[in-house]
Write a protein that binds this ligand. Sequence first.
Ligand SMILES: CC(C)(COP(=O)(O)OP(=O)(O)OC[C@H]1O[C@@H](n2cnc3c(N)ncnc32)[C@H](O)[C@@H]1OP(=O)(O)O)[C@@H](O)C(=O)NCCC(=O)NCCS
Length: 157
Amino acid sequence: MIRPMTPADRPAVLALIEATGFFRPDEIAVAEELIDITLGRPEQEDYAIVVVTDETGAVAGYMTYGPTPLTRGTYDLYWMAVDPKAQGRGYGRILVEWLEDHVRRAGGRLIVIETSSSEKYEPTRRFYLGLNYTETARIPDFYGPGDGRVIYTKRVS
Ligand SMILES: CC(C)(COP(=O)(O)OP(=O)(O)OC[C@H]1O[C@@H](n2cnc3c(N)ncnc32)[C@H](O)[C@@H]1OP(=O)(O)O)[C@@H](O)C(=O)NCCC(=O)NCCS
């Protein structure tokens, strides 16, 4: 099941972000900041967060997304993570497909996802390619020396 994140989900979401072992402390701080903006300022429309729950109702994964400012119909998938204990069971696919449906219904056209070119993110890149995202651009050394930014896009309508 996919539903909007609530303040009660905060500890579970932060725990799963840390548990992935993927993100540096400064990256986790940014993820936390986005969570606080989204939960604390319901009037803002730039960011939204949904969680996916397992059959017991526990949070298995989360995703932050929003309409890209100054575009018409483009959405960014800003962050997503699935609890390592629940990875490989389809939760990531469910989240991305949910976003595609949501964007389509909202009259959007294009989803943009950015990730790192580093070896560590190879499985993540394969995940997006497997969901039919196209590598549209690559900016060498963007995040750091040898660590480029890879931009994936998918047209959803
Ligand atoms: C990337 C991530 C969100 C994927 O979530 P997940 O729930 O494990 O993925 P799913 O089980 O839904 O997999 C969906 C498809 O992608 C494929 N896939 C998932 N992980 C993969 C991997 N490591 N290598 C190759 N393919 C992979 C699956 O085989 C599956 O294909 P199928 O549906 O045809 O069988 C998750 O692994 C994660 O949280 N990674 C660490 C954090 C991260 O990288 N976040 C994104 C930051 S940009």
